[in-house]
Design a protein around this ligand. Structure first.
Ligand code: KG4
Ligand code: ZN
Length: 341
């Protein structure tokens, strides 16, 4: 089975060809046209600008994905496209492209939830999973703990009550005048900083529920940055703050995930979403789980499939296509607030 995946939910225009054969996934192409440089000028994504860029880029990106994979329309079995959650004007570009190609090529469409695709990015590299599974999804718009008893059955057991983890990285980077997106730059500076230099809060870390909160942590960084005690023009200070913030955010994520994993007695824990690219989070979560729930298997997405990409859309599409879960063209709709469970 060969699936064309299309992703335009935020600021990456992406297309990918994934083949599923004999129980094995092969990513034949994974093309991403990033708008980071454009949105860096405004310190964040301007939806109207993102949509215009998607319109410009989508057909060349789809074409590149086909050429790189050495396939033509006739080899493709179905088109998987993100229909939510995300920015409505961005999603529409991918959806209308998929609908047009589906009509012209006579191929079925699979409507894909972006968060489900982040989770299924883990299977692009053919990892084996044992259920029940707990997934920590950490992206720019979401921070959720999802319990799965089997494939594609989701129960939301915890989520952020305010900012998402990625959003907190982005907002702290803005406070420290580090540009957009904040995650990668904070992670890089953190490697040179002292994580104990600032005593930052770890909101909700000891609460029994599985929810998160990051806005207080971000506000604590803001107050420190305004304090006359520190000079944030000094590069060492910025590195120290980056390290202290990253450690505080990661501490909350790993403690709460391990706590939920123990409570639900899961057999696997899976990490997914853009913030899953964070090396400290990857390493610390692995250690925490090894100590707290040693029998659980830990699944980490390949670094190529953490931030937004279309390979994850195509992989999720394969799972649906295997069950013949296609969406009639007239029923495809944009769903900017689509909740996974
Ligand atoms: O999943 P994603 O690409 O887009 C959404 O679905 O939101 O996630 C983007 C988020 C951004 O907030 C970005 O700052 C964060 O992921 N991110 C990181 C790292 N790389 C990307 N956060 C922390 N450390 C990183 N290395
Ligand atoms: Zn995403």
């Amino acid at each position: 089975m060969i699936i064309l995946g299309i992703e335009t939910s935020c600021d990456e225009t992406a297309a990918s060809i994934v083949e599923y054969k004999g129980g094995v996934f092969s990513v034949h192409s994974n093309i991403i046209s990033s708008q980071i440089e454009i949105h860096a000028k405004t310190g964040g994504v301007v939806p109207e600008v993102a949509a215009r860029e998607h319109i410009k880029n989508i057909l060349p990106v789809v074409n590149q994905a086909l050429v790189k994979a050495k396939v033509t329309a006739k080899n493709i079995d179905a088109i998987a496209v993100t229909t939510g959650p995300g920015l409505i004007t961005s999603l529409i570009v991918g959806i209308e492209t998929a609908k047009t190609l589906s009509h012209v090529w006579h191929k079925p469409i699979i409507s894909i939830n972006h968060i489900e695709a982040h989770l299924y990015a883990n299977f692009a590299t053919n990892k084996k999973v044992v259920f029940p599974l707990l997934a920590l999804i950490v992206s720019g718009g979401h921070t959720e703990l999802i319990l799965m008893k089997k494939h594609r059955h989701y129960k939301l057991v915890g989520k952020t009550r305010d900012d998402a983890a990625g959003e907190a990285f982005d907002k702290v980077a803005k406070i420290l005048k580090l540009g957009y997106p904040g995650g990668p730059v904070i992670a890089k500076l953190a490697m040179k900083g002292n994580e104990t230099a600032f005593n930052l809060p770890r909101p909700m870390i000891n609460e029994k529920n599985h929810d998160f909160s990051f806005s207080g942590l971000k506000t604590a960084v803001l107050y420190e940055s305004l304090s006359k005690k520190h000079n944030f023009r000094n590069k060492k200070k910025v590195a120290d703050m980056s390290a202290s913030f990253e450690k505080a955010a990661v501490d909350v994520l790993i403690k709460k995930t391990a706590h939920a994993a123990k409570q639900y007695n899961v057999k696997s824990v899976l990490l997914a979403g853009g913030v899953a690219a964070n090396k400290r989070l990857r390493a610390d979560l692995k250690n925490e789980l090894k100590n707290e729930i040693p029998k659980a298997k830990f699944l980490l997405p390949d670094l190529n499939y953490c931030t937004d990409n279309a390979a994850m859309i195509a992989v999720a599409g394969c799972f649906h296509a295997r069950k013949k879960e296609f969406t009639p063209i007239n029923k495809i709709k944009v769903d900017p607030n689509w909740e996974l469970s």
